[in-house]
Design a protein around this ligand. Structure first.
Ligand code: ARG
Length: 461
């Protein structure tokens, strides 16, 4: 067992198993660059406030920079004896620069230090996720642009409902991920507040300047209450909530792609770049990528739940329970990033829409039935009455194994005298889609304008 900065007060060493149980270095090493940057700002603030000398601060800043290089080159690999990344850095700093290193922790606690580190980490990661969301959106819009005129059956209850432009279907996901992007932008406002200077829980007697270090670190403000500063993890929960919604959206798309790729639908063919085979069934081509995305969604929901439960009974202020925030947050971040990346690749080069099959599908069903009712309603027949007439028409067709387009004009007119020859145009799939030109509808003109809006948004960001 190692001797820790706190060992003086203790008689005997930690039980070796408890040392392992207690340590966070195995995962919080991921925070090291943020820890170094945070400590450099703290040292500069201490010198600015004449709490340490300018020379001491300079030595500290340089020493921390050297540790950054050592870490990047793989030279600095602290083991379990360090307990956590904060002690590991402080110990190495003192080895490197001696006495001045021991002054770094003046007017600071690991509690405000770790809070600073995870906020700097998350701020960075949120920006990276936003970039990945934009890349995903870009691929969606490019695909949509290629498939304005491609039809796809639209479903409710997974029953054929009304035909859609495939672009319209794809752009629904653009809208979802646009809200995701905005949600992250909003979460970021609360991530980017500095707890540094809260001390262990109560503040510090030293004449620190919290705004000074916050400015150096690019925070937009400081926590107004030191107890809240060291014990707040709302921002992590908010992030995991936003991350969970991203996963909901990716998972819904994943689910659709999985059944689109099935023999029963055959709306897409998976390319070899994103599919795998079976160990026993030679004919198989499996949609592993969307299945993994759908499966990994559970992780992120789990981390959100874990964070909520960690916080719910926690008395103020810091408690070691808070060390559990890291793995939840890190895995949530990494999962969202890898899933966004995989889905972007899947859309870009992992699947080919089968346009003949898609266009053919909507020509062979009753998804134009609403349009027959609309046809009569436009001629003054009350919609509910028109609806009932079309119900009969569908029943007749089903019993004769016919589609609506197979009825002769005589048959149409026997059903209602107001049917005329233009009924055939009105129920052709292209016309059925084109007609839905209400704002936000699937009409081609609407879809083209939605694509233009999306392209403008992406070009501006
Ligand atoms: N490793 C700890 C964590 O991740 C750092 C803070 C420790 N503070 C304390 N008072 N024990 O939360």
């Amino acid at each position: 067992p190692a001797s820790q900065p706190w060992s003086q007060r203790f008689e005997t060493a930690l039980h070796p198993a408890i040392e392992v149980f207690n340590a966070s270095i195995g995962f919080d090493i991921a925070l090291i660059e943020y820890d170094l940057t945070g400590s450099q700002a703290h040292a500069r603030m201490l010198a600015h406030q004449a709490i340490i000398s300018v020379e001491e601060a300079e030595q500290i800043v340089q020493g921390l920079e050297r540790i950054r290089q050592e870490y990047r080159s793989g030279e600095f690999q602290p083991g379990i004896e360090a307990e956590d990344v904060h002690f590991a850095v402080e110990r190495r700093l003192t080895e490197l620069i001696g006495a001045a290193g021991k002054k770094l922790h003046t007017a600071r606690s690991r509690n405000d230090q770790v809070g600073t580190d995870i906020r700097l980490y998350l701020r960075d990661q949120i920006q990276q996720i936003q970039v990945k969301l934009r890349q995903f959106q870009q691929v969606l819009v490019t695909l949509a642009d290629q498939h304005v005129e491609t039809m796809i059956p639209g479903y409710t209850h997974l029953q054929r409902a009304q035909p859609l432009s495939l672009a319209h279907h794809l752009l629904a996901y653009f809208e979802m991920t646009q809200r995701d992007w905005q949600r992250l932008e909003d979460v970021q406002k609360r991530v980017n507040i500095s707890p540094l200077g809260s001390g262990a829980l109560a503040g510090t007697p030293f004449p620190i300047d919290r705004q000074f270090s916050a400015n150096l670190l690019g925070f937009t403000g400081v926590y107004a209450n030191s107890l809240d500063g060291v014990s707040d993890r709302d921002f992590a929960i908010e992030f995991l909530c936003a991350a969970s919604l991203i996963m909901v959206h990716l998972s819904r798309m994943a689910e659709e792609i999985i059944f689109w790729a099935s023999e029963e639908f055959k709306f897409v063919i998976l390319t070899d770049a994103c599919a795998t085979g079976s160990s026993i069934m030679p004919q198989k081509k499996n949609p592993d990528v969307p299945e993994l995305v759908r499966g990994k969604t559970g992780r992120v929901f789990g981390h959100l739940q874990a964070m909520l439960v960690i916080m719910k009974g926690l008395p103020l202020a810091y408690n070691k329970d808070l060390q559990e925030d890291k793995e939840a947050l890190f895995d949530g971040v990494n999962t969202v990033k890898s899933c966004l990346e995989a889905m972007t690749i899947l859309l870009q080069e992992g699947l080919v829409f089968q346009t003949d099959r898609l266009n053919g599908a909507v020509a062979e069903d009753f998804s134009n039935a609403t349009d027959v009712a609309d046809y009569l309603a436009a001629k003054g027949v009350p919609f509910r009455e028109a609806y009932n007439i079309v119900g009969l028409v569908v029943k007749t067709c089903l019993s004769q194994n016919k589609l609506l387009k197979d009825l002769s004009l005589v048959e149409w007119q026997a059903l209602h005298p107001q049917f005329e020859a233009d009924i055939y145009d009105a129920i052709a799939p292209q016309q059925v889609v084109a007609a839905r030109n209400s704002f936000g509808g699937t009409g081609f003109a609407q879809v083209k304008s939605a694509i233009a809006t999306a392209q403008a948004l992406l070009a501006a960001s």
